[in-house]
Design a protein around this ligand. Sequence first.
Ligand SMILES: Nc1nc2c(c(=O)[nH]1)N[C@H]1C(S)=C(S)[C@@H](COP(=O)(O)O)O[C@H]1N2
Ligand SMILES: [Mo]
Length: 333
Amino acid sequence: MAFIHIPKPWQLPESRATPEAAFWNRRKFIKTLVGAGIGASATTLTACGSKGKDQSDIDPALKKTLGRSLKNFSKNPDFQDAGRPITEQIHASRYNNFYEFGGTKNIWQAAQKLPTDPWTLEVGGLVKNPRKYDLDDLTRHFPLEERVYRFRCVEAWAMVVPWLGFPMASLMADVEPTSAAKFVRFTTFHDPKITPGPAWEFALNLPWPYVEGLTIEEMANDLAFFAVGLYGRTLPKQHGAPVRMVVPWKYGFKGGKSIVKIEFVAEQPATYWNVISPNEYKFEANVEPDVPHPRWSQSTERIVGTGTNPFNWERQDTLIYNGYGDYVADLYT
Ligand SMILES: Nc1nc2c(c(=O)[nH]1)N[C@H]1C(S)=C(S)[C@@H](COP(=O)(O)O)O[C@H]1N2
Ligand SMILES: [Mo]
């Protein structure tokens, strides 16, 4: 009997390979930057990579999309070496998943429409102290630290990012979950006028807003982090400004962006990709090289920015729990 494979809407991400690869033509990309009068700066940025770089010679419009300088943080010595080079920001901040702003990796300009100031992050549910944090609270109330983490998307691309933020455990200590809290639901900003979603016609039924979830034990783990910045700067909008989740032992989709609400709950929450395609995107979604995605292997990963075409990027072996087993393996035994 012939098995006829009919692609479903949510099967698009990997199958969009060809148009995306065609877009990500480095020569064309550099030409665009030169056209905007910033060719030399872009080249410098590409050449020196990583954080703390003086951007004073970069076109102000481009600079805005890379965040504002943040000074009040310390480097966490336990998380400075991710075992691989830090991905250059010009690559990390031009190759994003943020479906609220479109169904391709090229959403960084569209995402600039996200209104982030003022911002309120509401935390409630099964807690002793429900709170509303504003932007100032997020960058000043919690002592900020830098952590260089490996990052692994379920689509098998990977990078290394110097995040700035605070452990999720600090926020938990502030709100004090009750013993009835077993899971946590994280909700992303959603306003159809601002976040239209992908342009595909079948995108009409996507289960907005984007919701992610963790168990209470996962949220309490030392690695679980809220980022308010990266590369020494505030979080660029395309990365989920002003505050997003970073859960480095799980696939990237677990890291909800632009979080407006956190609720401590008793039952496992319904989450965006798991609702769309439960067989492909599990609630747990730990990085596991030996558990293939139904449509591709997870045993290796492509390193962002290591070539001109994303589908020829340098490959490395995928690590169990993305290399963070020492921290998290005991959560799953
Ligand atoms: N709200 C929201 N959060 C999201 C996504 C999204 O589409 N919407 N994409 C996820 C996926 S699939 C990945 S890989 C990461 C990408 O983060 P980055 O663009 O900052 O690298 O964001 C995650 N968080
Ligand atoms: Mo992803």
